[in-house]
Design a protein around this ligand. Structure first.
Ligand code: ZN
Length: 341
């Protein structure tokens, strides 16, 4: 595995830049309100004219950003293995060129399982992401083995048929797949990291543990666009993963830093939920701050862990993924009061 920037492919990554970024025309906000098209299996929303598209986070896996500059193209995250070949095909059709690079926002399988369909690309991630992905190879192989269960999540017959067809070559070589098909070969542990894609500058940020211990925010200043991975669940209960190094205190800091990077027109891609903006990212911050406050107050009032995890507060009203509510409370409780679990 490559562990230093020096060995990166300089056709793609020119390494750390020492000067600031000169932002180009901000195109993203103008396109934010365009309706998503439904001409393919995935719903793609154009977020920068002719240059960037997003297909959102859903049961098909986390949100994916596809962006092109010159003859190079990047995807951020890869959904699940069973859907990734079709995902790649559709992205390349929209971009009009082959995908050359992939960045993972963190290690979770709904964001990295599809790496296997991009193994010929430059795959880049946080050092911790690569490590955790490398520990889950059997789980990823299982995603391939059970791909048929994933196809049905696309809904209609035409989409399922397209997914089956696109997956077929990958399925045929399932027994040969292993470490290098999923684990990003290029890793980073210094931030911010400035990368070059064609004529476009990509900035990677890591602000410490949050959703996991290896969250990376992918920012494209020229497009006034950022992909926050699962640091941002838009209008949804967020997923806290203690086994992945989650931290409510850290999550708060991560979003505070991310908000500094935004203005009122920034397109903020959530790992799950609709494409957001600075305001909705701020709602995520208020959620995490509020759940910490709520758990502290309930604990101070003498309530047990069991009683507190059954609670809800007004800031939780109307959010998606109700099944994550008690899990989120439990994770925060265990972080705040580890001796009382
Ligand atoms: Zn995640």
């Amino acid at each position: 595995m490559t562990t230093s920037m020096d060995s990166m492919d300089r056709r793609i990554f020119l390494g750390a830049l020492t000067s600031g970024i000169v932002a180009g025309p901000v195109l993203a906000a103008r396109h934010r309100t365009q309706p998503a098209s439904r001409t393919n299996a995935f719903e793609w929303t154009e977020v920068a004219s002719g240059r960037a598209w997003v297909t959102g986070g859903s049961t098909t896996g986390g949100a994916v950003l596809a962006v092109r500059s010159e003859d190079q193209a990047l995807v951020v995250d890869s959904k699940f293995a069973g859907l990734a070949p079709l995902l790649r095909s559709e992205a390349e059709t929209r971009l009009g060129c082959p995908i050359t690079n992939l960045i993972n926002t963190h290690h979770h399988g709904d964001h990295t399982g599809g790496n296997v369909a991009f193994a010929d690309c430059q795959m880049l991630a946080h050092t911790g992401t690569a490590y955790r992905v490398s520990k889950s190879i059997e789980g990823y192989k299982q995603q391939v083995a059970s791909a048929d269960r994933m196809f049905t999540r696309l809904g209609d017959d035409a989409a399922i048929e397209a997914a089956v067809k696109a997956f077929s070559p990958l399925g045929e070589r399932a027994s040969t797949l292993g470490h290098d098909d999923w684990v990003p070969g290029q890793t980073i542990n210094r931030y911010p990291m400035y990368l070059r894609l064609g004529r476009m500058t990509i900035v990677l940020h890591h602000f410490g543990p949050g959703h996991t211990d290896n969250d990376v925010i992918v920012q494209i200043p020229e497009l006034n666009l950022m992909h926050c991975g699962d640091l941002f669940f838009n209008r949804s209960h967020p997923f806290f993963d203690p086994n992945g190094g989650t931290s409510a205190a850290g999550w708060t800091r991560c979003i505070q830093h991310a908000l500094v990077l935004c203005d009122e027109k920034t397109v903020v891609i959530a790992g799950h939920g609709a494409i957001g903006d600075k305001e909705s990212l701020g709602e995520q911050l208020r959620y995490v701050e509020s759940i910490v406050r709520g758990v502290r107050e309930a604990h101070a009032n003498g309530l047990s862990r069991e009683e507190i995890t059954a609670m809800s507060w007004p800031f939780m009203d109307g959010l998606d993924r109700e099944g994550l509510r008690s899990r989120a409370i439990a994770a925060v409780f265990d972080e705040l009061f580890p001796a009382d679990g």
